[in-house]
Structure formats: C-alpha cells, structure tokens
Design a protein around this ligand. Structure first.
Ligand code: ADP
Ligand code: MG
Length: 463
C-alpha cells in the first residue's frame, strides 16, 4: 500500500499536527526524539529511546499520536514502537514492544456524537475534570462555583459565571471540567467549549461566507456555552456585538454561560459598556497563585497519576522553587522525568537541582520554617514556645505572638489557616487580624517598628 519512502513524509505530517496541539516543551521532549523507521504490514514503526520513554508516550500521548496518524492517512494504519537496545547483539537490537489495536482510537468527536455535544475544532480534554483539580485556598471558591454551575446549569444565580486569574492557574481546566461534568451527569446535552479567538475567527469566516445566521444558530442552541479567554474580545466590536446577542438569547432561555479572563472583567479595556454591565451583574470568582501546600498537593497528585514515586524532598524542592503557576510546575516535572529517562538516573534531589539550574532560575535558599520563626521571636521576646502558642494575653506575649504570625506570613508560603494551626489551633481570621495589627502599629509606633525590624532581620539571617 505504501512505498517505503512514504513513512518519513507521513510521520513528518503527523509531527506538524502534533506540534500545534501540545506545548512546545512537551513537543521537544517527547516527540522530537521519535524516529520513524519503516512502514510494513499496515503499521508505521516508530523508534523511541527506551522503554520508559515508550511507557510515557503510551500513557500520555497515545491518542495524540494515533489521532494525528489517522488524520494524515485517513485509514487504519497502526503504530508499532521499537526501542533501541544498546547492549544486545545487533540482530536483536530493535524490539517491538507493543502495537496499538487498530480500533483503539476514540476521538472526542465520537464521544460528542454519543453525548450529543457539538464542538468546533477545539476539543475538550477528558482529563480536565473536577476530580483531577486539586483544591486549595487559592482556588476553592472558583471550584465550588464551577461545581454548582455544572450541577445546575442555568439555574443558579451564577449566570454568567466569570472565572478570572493569571495564566497557568487552572481556568481552562475548571471551564472544561464544568462541561465534562455536566455532560457525564446528564445535566446538559449540548455543551460548547470555545476559546474567544476561535469564536472570533469563526465569526469572521461566517461573515465572509454569508453564514452569520448559521453561526448564531449554532451558538444559541446549547445548554452550556464555555467561552475561554474573553480578553481576546477587547477592541473587536463586531464580535462583541454578535456575542452580546447570543449572550442575551442564552440568558433569557436560562442557558448557562461561563467565561474566563486573565484579568478582572472591569479592567477589560475596549469592551462595550453593555457587555461590561452584564458581567457586573454576574458572579465573578478569581483564582490566585497556589500556596506551598497546594503546590505540594498538586505535585503529589500528578506523580501518583503518572505512577511515579517521587521522594518527598524532591517534591518539596520543586514546590518551593517553582512557584509562579501550575503549568510551570507540570512542565518542570516533565522535564525532570525526561532527564531521568534519557540519562538513566534516578529522580533524586540532586537531579531536581540540576534540572532546576538548567532553567536558568536561581534556587531559593529554602524558606524559613515556622518553627524557626517561633524560636527566633521567642528568644527575642524572652518567651518560651508554650506561652507563644498558648492562651496568655499579657501585653508582652500578645505582641510576640502577633509578630510571629506576621513574620510567618511574610517569610513562609504557608496559608493563613496553617499558620493558625501552628499557633495553638487559632482561626485564620486571628492571623489576618494579627498581621493587620502589626502593619498598622508599625506605621504608628516607631519603637514597635524598630523591634519588629530587628526580629525580622534575625529571621532573614536564618534563611
Ligand atoms: P489557565 O487556563 O488558567 O492558563 P490551565 O487550566 O490551562 O490554566 O492550567 C494549566 C495546567 O495546570 C493544566 O494542565 C491543568 O490541568 C493544571 N492545573 C491547574 N490548576 C490545577 C489544579 N488545581 N489541580 C491540578 N491541576 C491543575
Ligand atoms: Mg487557559
């Protein structure tokens, strides 16, 4: 069916497709090293560096690869993997590990047809479900609102629901989780997930083809409209106009609308006032960067999902050093895995350090532990730990306690709740209050301010 030369071309086209579908780093780590080596008996043979590499591909990108192949060849060509074995006689060098059954590939379109979901181009990621979403202080509220909406689309007061937060913090994950959940529980039959730039492009194409009626019919005919990254709507007046009509229509028919944006809706410049005022009457929930505990929980969860047994010090190291967002956290994990697999070394703290240094970032020396802070404050105020975390309300002890809480918030990544727990199980509102008191008093009372600064200096030196 194929001449032998075809495989390079076929695999090259697959790579092109894959490149547009995975993050650049994933592409260079997991796809560039793959070599197409032959085509025979209805199978395309791909060579991968080692067994670990194969396992990873198989558990994470099976559909990505098989799907792209199907799109390129349009038929049931299967993929077989071979691993280059370096320590064996050359005759046995290439060993076939496994072939993917011909009908394995289940496209999201099929799934859509079964559930009645329509979609355009953009696919819903089946891993983006609530169960895989780790909850922490930073995203709890956004998740709760999303769950509520997914269980009761169009019937809660949260319509539209607007989720906003910085990049890589889980907006798309939550948005698609709403869709997945509503579909799988039968709370909705038609869900459309679309990014705002796709929506815009679709709209422009519809204008060109004189099909704007079809366009709006398509969007008006859904139970839930999930629109990602509406900041792309800024200054696109015609698209906004169209969206406004669709929005009103859906709203009046009690259909659910969920939007995400990377900034608070009121800060979206170039958005028509009437859209803005619609958002104003809606529920806006934000997602903040995750705190240390949430980062640890996320890493644990990802490691478990990948069947990895990461030593705790490695998890802690990553969580303490990769702090900006969750996408980077995942990226780091992948890079470390790739490294360990290609270099055939175990994942240990040294490796984590090495990989981290290669990113060009500077390692944090480690943050101070809350115990150290308590010790330092205790010594400075000549108070023992029991009193510091106990119930005493003498002026001296109360001040020391407030200062210790304040420093714990400044110099650890612990949540307010956890800090409270370290202080004899106090409520997080007590910690909030203490921090505020210290801040106020620092500006009002210079003697107090000097005391705090000198204790803070000691804490800094302990880092
Ligand atoms: P955003 O849309 O806000 O830029 P994404 O939703 O794409 O961010 O999230 C980036 C990555 O981080 C995704 O792989 C997502 O699954 C993961 N992620 C984000 N938040 C969480 C969380 N709370 N628990 C587990 N994974 C998360
Ligand atoms: Mg996103």
């Amino acid at each position: 069916m194929y001449s032998t030369g075809d495989y390079q071309h076929i695999w090259g086209s697959c790579l092109q497709l894959i490149k547009g579908r995975v993050p650049p780093q994933t592409y260079s780590t997991w796809f560039q090293p793959i070599k197409a080596i032959s085509i025979t008996d209805g199978a395309l043979f791909l060579q991968v560096p080692n067994k670990f590499f194969y396992d990873w591909l198989d558990s994470h990108y099976k559909e990505t690869i098989q799907g792209s192949l199907r799109e390129v060849t349009g038929n049931g060509l299967v993929i077989k993997y071979t691993v280059l074995l370096t320590d064996v006689p050359s005759a046995e060098k290439e060993k076939i590990i496994e072939s993917i059954p011909e009908n394995y590939y289940r496209s999201t379109y099929l799934r859509s047809a079964q559930t009645g979901m329509i979609e355009r181009g953009t696919r819903i990621n089946e891993n983006y479900v609530f169960e895989n979403f780790v909850e922490g202080n930073s995203n709890q509220f956004a998740k709760a609102a999303s769950v509520a909406v997914a269980n009761n689309p169009g019937k809660t007061p949260f319509n539209p629901l607007v989720i906003y937060g910085g990049t890589g913090l889980g907006k798309t994950h939550l948005l698609q989780a709403i869709g997945n959940h509503a579909l799988s529980t039968g709370h909705a039959n038609k869900v459309v997930y679309v990014s705002s730039d796709t929506f815009t492009l679709d709209f422009i194409a519809a204008i060109q083809k004189n099909k704007t009626t079809d366009f709006s019919r398509y969007y008006r005919n859904v139970d839930i409209l999930l629109l990602d990254d509406i900041q792309f709507f800024q200054n696109k007046e015609q698209t906004q106009e169209q969206f406004f009509h669709i929005f009103n229509d859906l709203y009046q028919h009690n259909r659910q609308i969920v939007l995400t944006t990377d900034r608070p809706p009121m800060e979206l410049k170039g958005l028509q006032d009437r859209l803005l005022s619609r958002f104003q009457s809606s529920l806006t929930v934000d997602i903040q960067p995750p705190d240390l505990e949430t980062r640890i929980a996320i890493l644990n969860k990802k490691a478990t999902a990948d069947g990895l047994d990461l030593p705790y010090d490695v998890i802690e190291f990553i969580a303490e050093n990769v702090t900006s967002n969750i996408r980077e956290l995942e990226g780091f994990l992948i890079r470390m895995l790739a490294y360990s697999s290609l270099m055939q070394v175990d994942i240990e703290l040294d490796l984590a350090r090495k990989v981290f240094r290669e990113t060009g970032a500077v390692e944090k020396k480690g943050i101070v532990s809350i115990e150290d802070i308590q010790k330092i404050v205790g010594t400075s105020y000549s108070i023992n730990l029991d009193s510091l975390v106990g119930k005493s309300r003498t002026k001296e002890v109360a001040e020391a306690r407030m200062v210790a809480m304040y420093l714990a918030r400044e110099h650890t990544n612990l949540s307010l709740k956890t800090i409270g727990i370290y202080f004899g199980g106090r409520d997080h509102s007590t910690v909030v209050h203490a921090c505020k008191c210290v801040e106020d008093k620092k500006t009002e009372n210079s003697q107090f301010s000097v005391r705090v600064v000198s204790v803070q200096e000691k804490v800094r030196n302990a880092i």
